[in-house]
Design a binder for this molecule. Structure first.
Ligand code: SF4
Length: 736
């Protein structure tokens, strides 16, 4: 602040992520945007939430604290689908866990209030956005009320925050009070007990209250359906939900950003680096995306296990080709700079090893760039959740020309040697334009292409809003056909990928509606089609998803039909193992699943058999070596324990010995002192001092030695039963 000559800041962003100045990190994007608007911005990244002290770092912000849990919901960030603590936080330096609290938005808002009571607090980010109304919280297995109420934030910004946040801050800067800013799109606020509820009209919808959705699961399903039906920002619907005596009002979603607005946003001066305070500590999420480029926002796929449509919207907001090319050229130039120790080289002298690969050119779904509804009028009144499911809407534009042009433009940039498309591809959409599949196969895959059929069963796919598996088959056939043709472009293979030019499907286990029998059939399908997934995701019920509603209520919120839910962790584990039947680690779980389902016919050596009758050698060897390792470890532990015990006993013995010695020494010392005291004070020296005694008396018990002194001789041993010490009553020291 001193360097910049600031006496205070206007905004303090509080975030649960490490600070990385890259457009893929929401805090960086918003902070740069506000900075470009002339606001002074401070960022508190991963502050210690146990006290309010870190909140005073920048002093009281002039306008507001803007609080976010980070790029992910903090509970998903902390816990696995089995509610176990994750080993790593991808958004923290060194992947360190525990740098943000559970439900971070609540803790951060509370600390902001504690530090500066009366200061404006605005909550935002994915966590707040997806918890803006009553929702099911998987980790506590409870219905939770809106975060607007729990956080006591003045406003909650949901969805993509640029437009709403700018408007709120401009109005605050112009002296408007936060209490009067209640008409901003993309925000939610709390209605106090004393305030009247807005009337139900064409544009104001009352949702079932919190008490109703808590008491009745069908009401929860109804609420979910109503929320999803009113997501279209052009409908302009305000949602109201009562909660006890208070209420939450959710204004209509923010309107999509125009291409020019997005271009301006991504042209801001990002350093594309983590904050220097992190030193050498790597931030895993940054390592993954540092050379990636986001081309667009939004998704019209409407997959029910993904809340992206509820956050970013169904409208695709795309950047221009020029803007993306400019960013890619910037990445290439940065690489050249670092390759030559900071000096920019002329293009013709760029060393080959300074060329850069773009790790991803995409968005939520890679092949939705510049696509969308052809009919502007229909688009503004459309309430469909997906433009692709259950059937493809005839009004959807599916021409991938703009995307192909973009891909060609980026890979032509000097200093870029490869451009990968790593974002998910919607295969049913890709099949509408085979030129895209050809372009993708020729130039943009690294040895394999990842697709996301998620399952093979038609019922499950319908519940997921995914295309039928036949669609995926067609895509694979097309991909293989193109691969068989002579290569026109760069079909290089990523180092380390051995199974060149293949399709790797992403699958999901434990999704509502999936039974063990369906998963067995899915595994058989995968085997017949030579497909192997290296990653099977277990369904995690995140807040606000349609699938979470199915999980909690056992009902499909769209149709109201009952849905089977695999609740038990064991069943979900078996489903996961079945989808990875080829993995030796899954052998025993697959065997249990097949036995449980009465499908022992799939254990054997037949064509459709999923596993052999006996564990694979590698598995047996692995198990044996594991047992051996455990045995050795146990023995070593036992030995170490024994050694420790012996050492401890020896130490105790030694200590006891020393203690006894010390006591004896003290006793002796005391005794000597008593004797000496008695001899000097009790009797005349002439009688006590042996040196003063007459020799005639000493000579009877000893003889003088050569030096002239007297000592006891061995000739007169002590008689048995005769006291050696002084007699009681102060008798002579030796008996005679
Ligand atoms: S009309 Fe069709 S293409 Fe247009 S938004 Fe609705 S579903 Fe999508």
């Amino acid at each position: 602040m001193l360097d910049r000559g600031w006496d205070c800041v206007d905004i303090v962003f509080v975030t649960g992520d490490a600070y990385v100045d890259h457009p893929s990190f929401a805090t960086a994007l918003l902070a740069r945007l506000l900075e470009s608007e002339g606001l002074r911005v401070g960022v508190l990244a991963q502050p210690d939430w146990r006290s309010a002290e870190p909140w005073t770092t920048f002093g009281q912000p002039r306008l507001a604290f803007c609080v976010s849990a980070g790029n992910m919901d903090s509970m998903i960030n902390h816990y696995t689908a089995n509610r176990k603590v994750r080993n790593e936080d991808a958004y923290s330096p060194g992947g360190q866990i525990g740098l943000r609290p559970d439900r971070a938005t609540l803790a951060y808002c509370q600390r902001s209030r504690e530090a500066y009571p009366g200061c404006v607090v605005i909550a935002g980010g994915v966590e707040a956005s997806l918890r803006r109304l009553a929702h099911y919280d998987y980790w506590s297995d409870k219905i939770k009320r809106s975060m607007v109420l729990d956080s006591k934030a003045d406003l909650l910004v949901y969805g993509m925050g640029e437009k709403p946040l700018l408007e709120i801050l401009h109005r605050l800067r112009n002296g408007e009070s936060i209490e009067t800013i209640r008409d901003v799109r993309g925000t939610a606020y709390r209605l106090k007990k004393s305030e009247d509820l807005p009337e139900e009209t064409n544009t104001t919808v009352h949702l079932p209250s919190l008490e109703e959705v808590e008491a009745d699961k069908s009401q929860f399903a109804k609420m979910t359906r109503m929320i999803y039906e009113n997501l279209n920002p052009y409908l302009g619907i305000t949602l109201v939900q009562e909660n006890d005596l208070e209420a939450v009002v959710v204004n209509p979603p923010s309107l999509p950003m125009e291409t020019v607005e997005l271009d301006r946003l991504y042209a801001l001066p990002f350093t594309r680096l983590p904050h220097p305070a992190y030193g050498d500590k790597k931030i895993p999420a940054f390592e993954m995306i540092k050379h990636s480029i986001c081309t667009h926002r939004g998704c019209f796929g409407g997959c029910t296990f993904c809340a992206l449509t509820a956050h970013q919207g169904k409208d695709i907001q795309s950047r221009s080709v020029e803007s993306v090319v400019h960013e890619a050229a910037g990445i290439a130039a940065d690489k050249q700079r670092t390759a030559d120790g900071g000096r920019v080289l002329p293009n013709d002298s760029v060393a080959r090893n300074s060329a850069v690969s773009i790790s991803d050119l995409g968005g939520p779904t890679a092949n939705m760039y510049a696509l969308g509804c052809k009919n502007e009028t229909l688009k503004k009144s459309c309430r469909r959740l997906s433009c692709l499911s259950p059937t493809q809407c005839p009004h959807l534009a599916t021409d991938h020309s703009a995307l192909i042009e973009l891909m060609q433009a980026v890979r032509k940039i000097e200093g870029i040697n490869k451009v990968f498309i790593a974002s998910g591809i919607r295969t049913d959409l890709a099949l509408c334009d085979t030129r895209y599949v050809a372009e993708l196969t020729e130039y943009h895959t690294g040895g394999y292409i990842k697709t996301a059929p998620e399952h093979t069963d038609p019922t499950v796919l319908e519940l997921m809003n995914k295309p039928p598996i036949e669609n995926h088959e067609q895509f694979c056939t097309l991909f293989e056909t193109i691969n068989r043709q002579p290569a026109k472009g760069d079909r290089s293979v990523v180092p380390g990928v051995t199974n060149a030019r293949s399709v790797v499907p992403y699958l999901m286990a434990g999704f509502p509606g999936t039974t063990l029998a369906m998963t067995i059939e899915a595994a058989v399908y995968l085997k017949r089609h030579g497909l192997r997934s290296d990653q099977v995701q277990e369904f995690t019920p995140g807040p606000f998803e349609l699938a979470t509603c199915m999980y909690y209520t056992g009902l499909n919120p769209i149709t109201g039909q009952p849905v089977y839910v695999p609740f038990r962790l064991r069943e979900r584990r078996l489903q996961k193992a079945l989808l990875m039947y080829h993995d030796p680690n899954s052998y025993h779980d697959v065997k249990s699943a097949l036995r449980e389902a009465g499908r022992e016919d799939l254990i054997g050596t037949g064509q459709d058999c999923l596993i052999a009758p006996y564990p694979p050698k590698s598995d047996a060897m692995r198990r044996t070596s594991r047992v051996k390792r455990l045995q050795i470890k146990n023995e070593t532990d036992k030995k170490k324990k024994e050694e420790r015990r012996t050492m401890f006993a020896e130490q105790l013995r030694q200590e006891e010995f020393e203690r006894q010695e010390k006591l004896r020494a003290e006793r002796l010392e005391k005794l000597r002192a008593e004797r000496s005291e008695r001899s000097y004070s009790g009797r005349p020296h002439s009688k006590r001092s042996s040196s003063n005694r007459p020799h005639s008396k000493r000579s009877s018990s000893g003889r003088p030695d050569s030096s002239g002194s007297f000592k006891r001789t061995a000739k007169r041993p002590f008689k048995k039963g005769v006291r050696k010490g002084p007699r009681p009553g102060g008798g002579k020291p030796f008996s005679r």
